[in-house]
Ligand binder design. Structure first.
Ligand code: SAM
Length: 291
């Protein structure tokens, strides 16, 4: 069987670690990703799962997953019927949230090999691919994900929520700009929530050291960070791409939204933030989150 994507496994394990080691309330409750990853006994002994050093990263992973699902639930309640995950990895929304997902057409776009592996794991676990989920195999750098998406049944004339978390940093700036242009042309009211990595010089000394260590590991693993954006740069890129509205959601806002008042002091790592952009005229479908 093809191998899973190691970056997708890591984020799924961090989400599971949150449930395993952090006291409730949990910002995001996903242990299904762990079952999919099937890392075997001792996964919590991995270097990158050390609760002491990985705390801020696992907080970042659950915050970004929760932010996207809150957005999807909000838009689904307003009648949006399509949800596209670009670089879905071991996302389990379609299996965990059938009460919402069954009202949507959910499209998971990811690299062909790791996606075939995920499909096989879903079968092995008896979960299968629910009727509301379409798996769309694509390499963003070489193939038109848009053509594959429409082949899979995406309705170009209907609005959608598009999520891309933990992906833009692995793609070139040109590939990211092309993706933004494509989504800006989606039906009016469509919303993109995309994380982007901040350039290290915008981080404080502690976070910059942490970022350098993570970037080194990513490079050594063969999945180097290729692009980063300042908030001003990503907002300008979104406007150039043709989005009617574009806002930046900072790490501080995510902390405030999901971790304020926690007794355990859990906070998210800095360095990855959100662009939330809406297709169509500037006064349509304004996203709830803004900065
Ligand atoms: C860090 S994981 C993030 C997964 C998920 N979005 C999350 O937040 O947990 C990055 C994902 O992007 C996908 N990816 C990276 N480069 C890609 C490419 N060129 N084409 C398609 N998918 C890609 C990987 O296969 C992986 O699933």
């Amino acid at each position: 069987m093809t191998a899973p994507d190691s970056t997708a496994v890591r984020t799924a394990l961090w989400r599971a670690l949150h449930v395993a080691v952090d006291p409730p309330p949990h910002v995001f409750d996903d242990e299904l990703g762990l079952r999919l990853a099937g890392p075997g006994e001792g996964w919590r002994d991995r270097d990158d799962m050390d609760p002491a050093t990985a705390g801020r990263y696992r907080a970042g992973m659950v915050a970004r997953a929760r932010f996207v699902e809150d957005l999807v639930v909000e838009h689904a309640s307003r009648g949006v019927g399509q949800y596209v995950l670009l670089g879905a990895g071991l996302d389990t929304f379609a299996q965990r949230r059938p009460e919402v997902a069954a009202r949507l057409r959910v499209f998971e776009v990811d690299q062909p090999g790791p996606q075939a592996w995920k499909r096989a794991r879903l079968d092995e676990l008896g979960l299968g691919v629910p009727e509301w989920l379409r798996l769309v195999p694509v390499d963003f750098e070489t193939t038109s994900w848009w053509d594959r998406l429409t082949d899979a049944g995406f309705a170009a004339d209907e609005p959608a929520v598009v999520a891309s978390t933990g992906v833009s940093m692995y793609l070139t700036k040109a590939a990211n700009a092309a993706t933004l242009r494509r989504i800006a042309g989606f039906a009016p009211g469509s919303t993109l929530a995309m994380t982007f990595m901040l350039p290290p010089e915008l981080l404080d000394d502690g976070e910059r050291a942490r970022h350098r260590a993570t970037a080194g590991k990513a490079e050594a693993a063969g999945t180097p960070f290729v692009s980063s954006f300042s908030p001003a740069e990503i907002l300008a890129l979104a406007k150039e791409a043709g989005f009617g509205e574009a806002v930046h959601v900072s790490g501080d806002e995510l902390d405030e939204r999901y971790f304020a008042g926690r007794a355990d002091g859990l906070r998210l790592a800095r360095g990855e933030e959100f662009l939330v952009a809406t297709a169509g005229a500037a006064d349509r479908g304004r996203p709830a989150a803004s900065s």
